[in-house]
Every structure is written in structure tokens, then in C-alpha cells.
Design a protein. Sequence first.
Length: 333
Amino acid sequence: MNGDKGPPEPRFEPETDAFGTTIFHEPWWLSAASKGRYNEVTVKQGNEVVGRLPFLLNKRMGFRLVRMPPLTHLLGPIVVAGDGKYQTQMGRRLSIVRALIDQLPHFHFFKQALDPSIASGLAIADGLAFQERGFTVKPQYNFQIDCRRDLSGVWDGMNFKTRQHIRQAEQRYLVAPLDDPQQFVDFYTSTLARRIRNAAQSNLHNFPLLYTECKARTCGEILVAKTPRGVPAAMTFLVWGYGYMYYLLSTRVANIEDNGSTNLLIWEAIKRAHKLRLTFDFDGIATSGIARFYAGYGGKIKTRLIVTGVKSIYRGMQYLSRLNKPDESHKFT
């Protein structure tokens, strides 16, 4: 469809190992996303590393912020819980995660997103370990589509309006890969409002390097929907590994007459996930409007865990920032 042959055959398609990990935990990903500035704490049993918790430590206005690197939308602990009954493995995992948490550097603000489904679902216990250590754990809702099944079944499971938008967009746009990360950055930032654009520019500084690393491992691709005259209408960046394809970044030109370019890109991404036999992950829901939009694709609702830790002095600064300088409150999030 649209003359595109689909994604290249992957050279990087690791199977889930004993850690129960994600592409975002890969050292090459973390290094590229942070330009080598990430850190991690580890737990060993003998000479074997049985737990890792990567993070990025930033210092801003005297505060120490522990978060995920830019463009890294999932992280959290990865743990080897060993063999045995479920309760035995869960007990080991809780012990290891608590040990990782206790090694974290002093911070004023901590935030990471965890996938409780990894490690065959045992990672849901990580939320309990963080909660026991005084962190706040909240759900973030998400949609996923199992694209390993027949593609016609995926299509039939979509809302009829979503399918209609896709059909209409197929008549208006051509979809093709884009091998120019800077063009993606320029397009992405140019389509956003000024305040959001400034934040996006900061977060996308490392995008060209990250794209290059993904391309070298055949686990990432930029797709663009263009008019017949070659004018971009929408773009998206997809990454995949460990059984999942993530809809990591996406934006389109603001045009009230265009309600299908993004639909078409998502459908093309789903077809790629089907070819690679992956689960397509929409990468989180931020608003009720986005939830309704994603629900049209017929995916199943899932949850991530958002873990935060905020010291009193930092919480007070956040409050004062919102009260006195609302346009600068993003500095403290």
C-alpha cells in the first residue's frame, strides 16, 4: 500500500531474557538518549548482577532531579528473580528492588514509568517496593494491539470511523520512511505551540544520535505521510524490541481539514508490527481525547506505573512556581 515495502528485516530483535527488560533498558539506548550521562545502581549476588535501575541525575537551581533520559518513556528496575514458585520469585524481586531503591543518590524529585507486565507480570511487585519506601505509585493508562494475529482481524476490530479516516487518507497521502533525523526534529518542533516547542527542542537534542543507533540495529524508523506534491503532513518515530513496537513520537501539521494523516501513519505502523510479529504499544494516554482516539483502533487497555518521589522543599517550590510564574512551571516538572 502506498508503494512502501514495509520495515527492514530486524537485526536487533532480542528475546526476553531472565531480566524481563525493554529496549529502553539497553545500555546503547540509555547512552545515546543521555549522551553518556546516565547512571545506574546495581545489586549483585556473588559475581552476578541480579538487579539494575538506570536513571538520569540532573541538577537544576540547586535541586537534584532523578528521572528517565529524554526520549525514554519506560524504565524502572530489571531483576533476575531466579527460579521457584511465584511467591518465592516475588519475594526475591521485592528484596532486590528495595536494595536498588536504597542505593539511589540523594534527590529532591524522582519520576520513572514502569511496565508491570515485563518478567511475565512479576514486575508489578516493583510498585509495592517503591510504595514501601515512601514513593507515590499511580497508574498511567495505555492501549496495546497484539499484531501477531491476522491483520484482517486487527482491521475488523477498529471503529468504522477510524477505518473510514484511514481509507480517505490513503487517497490523499503517500507514506514512506524518512532517513533524516534533523528533518524530523525540525518538523516536530515547528508543529507545536511555542511553550511546548521550546521543551521539545530541549528533549530532542539527542534525537539524531539515538536515531542513528536505532538504524544501526534496525530497531527504529521514521515514517512520513506526504501529499502528492511531497509536502509532509504528519510524521512518527517508531522503535521496537523485546516483543513490542512503541509509537514513541508523533506530530502533524495543524489543519482542520486533515483528520486522517495520523490515522494512516498508525495503521502503517500496525502493519509493520504485524510483519515483525510484535505487540503495538501506543505509549501512554495523556488526555481523554487521546484515549478516545486510540480506542478507535480496537486495542486492549493496559496500565503502566508512574512512580514519583518529591521532597517537601521541592514540592513547595513547585507550588510557588505555579502560583507566581505559571509560564515557567515546566522547570519544576
